[in-house]
Write a protein that binds this ligand. Structure first.
Ligand SMILES: Cc1ncc(COP(=O)(O)O)c(C=O)c1O
Length: 372
């Protein structure tokens, strides 16, 4: 096990427990700033950690712009004194009025949001103008994931013009998330990005030629932002999220995204040894995300040749030839494969610094509603 992960006294830590290694988080943030080419080119996504204290570490690194997916995350980030928050999600239904209430509650913060359809644009304009508020709206561009967004083309131009002339809305730029670019080969990933971004750059030029403001172009996640960062486009902002805590999933698939270290681990204990080759741990899928398939939801450190045979809500059953070396109560550390949904399963994280537990941080925005 990486000596960074050792903790002097774990006897008082409840398991299953989430562990945040503060120094590693700091160094991951510094590495992201370096890869982005400066803190002003970074808009980290808060969904990975949902934690005020990590937002503050990002602010200490000079980061002033943040991205989030929910209104609760936006409120949590704004409550840290952040001046610029993008809700990278198309808001619908009563969430439009909710946004109109959030804006005056945090007057120091400039909020922005995504849209990709006339109905959404009209709903936002109605809610914002009724509340006498204004918000920046970024047009969400679909560069191939086909999750949200509109293809870069005539429809995109019309939507951007619609945003620009809508009451309560300011045309805030373009957004393109490319979560489908999962090519493990760096050269292939880079080539795909080049092909996909060409039409977006053309769209940006067309909008500017029409006299429309395009102040930002927010793009990418952890596997792609080092490639996006090489583009010299005014207003380009890279928006990785996972890299702050990093995880086994990205670490094993994208070794070229180098310099990030898993900074969030799970502490689990053996609760039973039902057969000579089996260990049962208190690490069910209510403690580690079930997002990847069974067998690959976390990496158990220092357990050789193990196979996952079963996972229930509170149990993880593995088989290993050395099971008999373990007793109930023995501790095992695990790196989650997908850290973002894993963190959201925990109300707090133990904070580790210099091998000691120095406190706990609340996963504040795991709640769907804070005050607004
Ligand atoms: C819109 C958006 N932006 C940025 C990110 C961050 O990506 P990553 O988790 O690869 O860092 C995500 C991840 O889900 C996302 O959905």
């Amino acid at each position: 096990m990486n000596p960074h992960y050792l903790i002097r006294d774990t006897s008082h830590l409840f398991s299953p427990g989430l562990l945040f290694y503060k120094d590693l988080i700091r160094s991951n943030i510094a590495r992201a700033v370096e890869l982005a080419g400066g803190a002003e080119r970074l808009r980290p996504h808060v969904k990975t950690h949902k934690t005020r204290e990590i937002v503050r570490l990002e602010m200490e690194a000079g980061i002033r712009k943040h991205k989030c997916a929910t209104i609760a995350e936006a409120e949590m980030v704004a409550s840290c004194g952040v001046p610029d928050v993008l809700i990278a999600y198309p808001l619908v239904g009563p969430n439009c009025e909710r946004l109109a209430r959030l804006i005056p509650a945090y007057p120091h913060c400039r909020f922005s949001v995504l849209a990709d359809h006339p109905v959404g644009i009209r709903a936002l304009a109605k809610a914002l103008s009724a509340a006498n508020q204004q918000v920046d709206v970024l047009l969400d561009i679909d560069v191939g994931q086909h999750r949200t967004g509109v293809a870069p083309g005539v429809e995109a131009i019309e939507l951007y013009e619609m945003i620009h002339r809508s009451p309560g809305l300011r045309a805030g730029g373009l957004h393109a998330y490319d979560g489908h670019n999962r090519q493990e080969n760096f050269v292939e990933r880079q080539a795909a990005i080049c092909t996909q971004l060409g039409p977006v750059f053309n769209l940006r030029t067309t909008l500017l030629q029409k006299g429309l403001p395009v102040p930002r172009f927010v793009v990418g996640g952890t596997p792609t932002f080092p490639i996006h960062a090489r583009h010299d486009v005014p207003g380009l902002e890279c928006s990785p999220g996972t890299m702050v805590l990093h995880d086994h999933g990205y670490g094993s698939r994208f070794p070229d995204v180098a310099g990030f270290v898993p900074a969030a681990l799970l502490l689990t204990r053996v609760v039973s040894r039902p057969t000579p080759v089996r260990l049962t741990l208190d690490l069910g899928y209510k403690a580690v995300s079930a997002d990847p398939p069974l067998g690959n939801r976390c990496l158990l450190l220092d357990v050789p040749d193990y196979q996952v045979v079963l996972q229930n809500e509170e149990h993880l059953v593995v088989e290993t030839p050395i099971a008999q070396r373990y007793r109930p109560g023995d501790e095992i550390f695990a790196i989650p494969t997908h850290v973002c949904p894993t963190v959201a399963l925990h109300r707090q994280a133990y904070v580790i610094e210099n091998g000691q537990v120095v406190g706990t941080w609340e996963i504040a925005a795991r709640d769907r509603v804070l005050s607004v």
